[in-house]
Design a protein around this ligand. Structure first.
Ligand code: NAD
Ligand code: TYD
Length: 341
């Protein structure tokens, strides 16, 4: 199989590259990423040494560039992870979210149609469902839950998700969609809750908890997400939407305290700050469909995954310290210049 992974220098895209290289010894992967502030080529250092992986610096909204790549490579599977992904940034400046997340998806699907790609997979999110109340713990998102978004980020992801459904119905695009809950694990950019709290704890800096810290997210270890995407994208389930999640609901404040406890840091570092605008209260996924249809189930318990993750950040300080200092942004030019273009 030849697979295109967009957003390959980001958190989940990079983990997916490593997952597929490890799992499918005969596969080749092209990683496409425009290396925004969230893309870090250092994350792909090990993959770049593998002859089965090639990196292309490019923007998914650039139709000419994308079409040239599709013409050259003849992909069997296209998996679209590329996105602007941070809710807080979407509240500050929605424009780039609409461009990348919606128009980029359109460009990739048009190229898939034009070059007859047998499978397009859209990495969507559980945030397309909006949120659930805290006082109805039995309510979970199913694939039938209405789309009802809160932030410019989730609205842009929902628009893309609906566009994929339109291409499936109108153009018979052989596509699948997955909607996953919050991921955590190695290589997550330290602006998201878990890596930010680890990095700040280690630096003895305040841990900014929004509102009262009682918002609930349903956390999944990143490898379990990659495994699900891998299974869906190779399945015969064209046209299907799958929720991905591991029944692991946690309040933000409990995660923050757990991280502080593991690192032996004082809870006095917790600083309650003004709440996020439009802050979703609770996400909770019902993954029954993917388990029934495709036999997927999460393998990493949160208690283990969070230790693996904290240990990874402890052992890979240079990776995130270079990000926090902004140094990594010079890495691409320093190390690769225009060699990868
Ligand atoms: P991320 O921000 O870490 O990575 C996104 C990557 O996309 C970056 O490397 C960035 O450089 C690249 N990119 C951005 N704009 C681009 C463009 N125009 N052209 C090419 N590349 C571009 O995000 P992530 O957390 O790895 O999320 C990956 C995908 O998974 C996203 O689609 C996101 O919506 C979805 N998702 C994420 C989570 C989560 O918890 N992180 C949960 C469910 C779904
Ligand atoms: P985040 O990692 O941004 O993911 P998402 O908003 O997509 O779920 O945030 C996870 C939760 O943590 C969310 O409820 C907002 C909260 N949060 C904080 O309390 N403080 C922070 O500094 C950040 C980044 C998030």
């Amino acid at each position: 199989m030849k697979i295109l992974v967009t957003g390959a220098a980001g958190f989940i895209g990079a983990n997916h590259v490593y997952y597929v290289l490890g799992k499918h010894k005969d596969d080749e992967i092209v990683g496409l990423d425009s290396l925004t502030y969230a893309g870090n080529l250092e994350t792909l250092d090990a993959a770049l040494k593998d002859p089965r992986f090639r990196f292309v610096k490019g923007d998914i909204t650039d139709r000419a560039e994308v079409e040239a790549l599709f013409e050259q490579e003849k992909f069997d599977i296209v998996i679209n992870f590329a996105a602007e992904s941070h809710v807080d940034r979407s509240i500050e400046d929605p424009g780039v979210f609409l461009r990348t997340n919606i128009l980029g998806t359109q460009v990739l699907m048009d190229a898939s149609r034009k070059f007859g790609v047998p499978r397009y997979h859209q990495v969507s999110t559980d945030e397309v469902y909006g949120d659930l109340p805290l006082d109805k713990p039995d309510l979970l998102f199913t694939e039938q839950t209405p789309i009802h978004t809160s932030s410019p980020y989730s609205a842009s992801k929902a628009a893309a998700d609906l566009l994929v459904q339109a291409y499936i119905r109108t153009f018979k695009l052989p596509a699948t969609i997955s909607r996953c809950s919050n991921n955590y694990g190695p290589y997550q950019f330290p602006e998201k809750l878990i890596p930010l709290m680890i990095a700040n704890s280690l630096a003895d800096k305040p841990l900014p908890v929004y509102g009262e810290g009682i918002n609930v997210r349903d956390w999944l270890y990143v490898d379990d997400h990659c495994k699900a995407v891998d299974i869906i994208s190779r399945s015969d389930k064209v046209g299907e939407v799958y929720n991905i999640g591991g029944h692991n609901e946690m309040r933000n404040i409990d995660i923050v305290k757990l991280i502080l406890g593991y690192l032996g840091k004082p809870e006095s570092l917790i600083t309650y700050v003004t709440d996020r605008k439009g802050h979703d209260m609770r996400y909770a996924i019902d993954p029954a469909k993917i388990t029934a249809d495709l036999g997927w189930a999460p393998e990493t318990m949160f208690a283990d995954g969070i230790k693996l993750t904290i240990d990874w950040y402890l052992e890979n300080k240079s990776w995130w310290e270079r990000i926090v200092s902004g140094e990594y942004q010079e890495y691409y030019e320093e190390m690769y210049g225009d060699r990868l273009k």
